[in-house]
Design a protein around this ligand. Structure first.
Ligand SMILES: NC(=O)c1ccc[n+]([C@@H]2O[C@H](COP(=O)([O-])OP(=O)(O)OC[C@H]3O[C@@H](n4cnc5c(N)ncnc54)[C@H](OP(=O)(O)O)[C@@H]3O)[C@@H](O)[C@H]2O)c1
Length: 325
């Protein structure tokens, strides 16, 4: 860093290794090799350049350290170190900028396969010239850390909130419809067919429909889904597939559905029960009365726990009296 007539005026830290491995499979070697360029590399550049009068010190960090990325916990941690280093440098009064980049096209560490997957999640890659323009823009500001990604929030938010709301995304509005009835031009064919069936055939028709939709989403034959109690997660369903399933069901049922539907009702049986009872209000034959929604049951039992035995007895009396009348 010292051995030149021309003073060094800026540093761009762009070294890194991206390997995909789920957390439980990351061994010490993989962890070290992923952290080394980011942590050791970033820290060395920081220390060795501290006495220099730099104009800029830029760290190429990643969106992985902002909202996480499956199979990249180690990479996310390394990038998070760079983000923290930038804030630390700012506290020392020296130049610092960490950019949490979304994917770049053009043959870097985001392979074609990764880019395709990220596009499905609503993330478009930067072309090199676009990325450089963003870098130039940020260098002209006092910003210490910025996320630079091309995001379609409608898609991204649905995928990232499939298991529940994320506080990071709370303020981000999307154009998704509120839950409730959609007004399609035509009543979906599936509903027409369902209505035409006698009451005692509807549940099995709904289950067969779910089997075929789940099978398409998972790329399996419907015959693989004979066990309607087998969990979607166990069958290999990920967040993208869960959103895909929800979207398909919204079309076939003509209703917008909760973004956490598949996570809350995680197998065909409970999903069918929920849809039949609470979304479609299906009339079934008496022998076929669907079981109570398990979520509702647990909610009910929590509520019942709040009453004393005497209170419960009088509640029961009131319920019986109402039935008799
Ligand atoms: N490309 C993207 O979509 C993307 C998105 C977000 C963030 N980023 C970040 O942007 C930076 C550049 O990405 P890229 O796509 O240009 O990556 P890349 O093509 O894979 O290049 C990474 C570079 O880091 C060097 N490197 C790896 N380990 C090193 C070590 N221990 N010491 C010194 N150099 C080391 C590699 O050198 P060798 O070739 O000699 O191994 C390689 O030249 C990375 O820090 C990455 O984390 C990239």
């Amino acid at each position: 860093l010292h051995n030149t007539q021309i003073p060094l005026k800026g540093i761009v830290h762009a070294a890194g290794i991206a390997e995909y491995q789920v957390l439980q499979d990351i061994n010490l070697n993989t962890l070290e090799s992923t952290l080394r360029p980011k942590v050791a590399g970033g820290w060395l550049l920081h220390q060795l350049s501290l006495g220099m009068n730099l104009d800029f010190f830029v760290c190429f960090s990643s969106i992985a350290s902002v909202w996480g990325s499956r199979g990249q916990a180690h990479y996310a941690a390394g990038n998070h170190f760079l983000d923290t280093l930038a804030h630390y440098r700012q506290a020392l009064g020296v130049p610092a900028l960490s950019i949490n980049w979304g994917p770049w096209a053009g043959g870097g560490m985001a392979s074609e396969e990764t880019q395709t997957l990220l596009k499905r999640m609503g993330l478009e890659p930067w072309q090199a010239e676009e990325g450089i323009a963003v870098l130039a823009q940020l260098l002209g500001t006092n910003i210490v850390q910025a996320t630079a990604a091309k995001v379609d929030w409608n898609i991204f938010k649905a995928v990232y909130e499939v298991k529940g709301q994320r506080s990071l995304l709370k303020q981000i509005g999307t154009q998704q419809q509120e839950q409730g009835e959609v007004q399609p031009a035509l009543r979906p064919q599936f509903l027409e067919q369902l209505d035409a069936l006698p009451a005692n055939k509807r549940q099995s028709f709904l289950i067969a429909h779910l089997q075929s939709q789940v099978a398409e989403v998972l790329g399996l034959e419907p015959s693989h889904l004979a066990d309607v109690q087998q969990g979607f997660l166990e069958l290999g369903m990920d967040s993208l597939m869960a959103v895909d399933l929800k979207n398909r069901l919204e079309v076939s049922l003509g209703q917008s559905l909760s973004s956490t539907l598949v996570f809350n009702y995680p197998n065909i049986e409970v999903l069918a029960n929920h849809l039949a009872t609470y979304i479609l209000s299906l009339e079934l034959s008496t022998q076929q009365e669907l079981q109570k929604d398990p979520k509702e049951l647990s909610q009910a039992s929590v509520e019942l726990e709040q009453f004393s035995e005497d209170e419960l007895a009088s509640l029961l009396d009131a319920e019986l009296a109402a039935l008799v009348n």
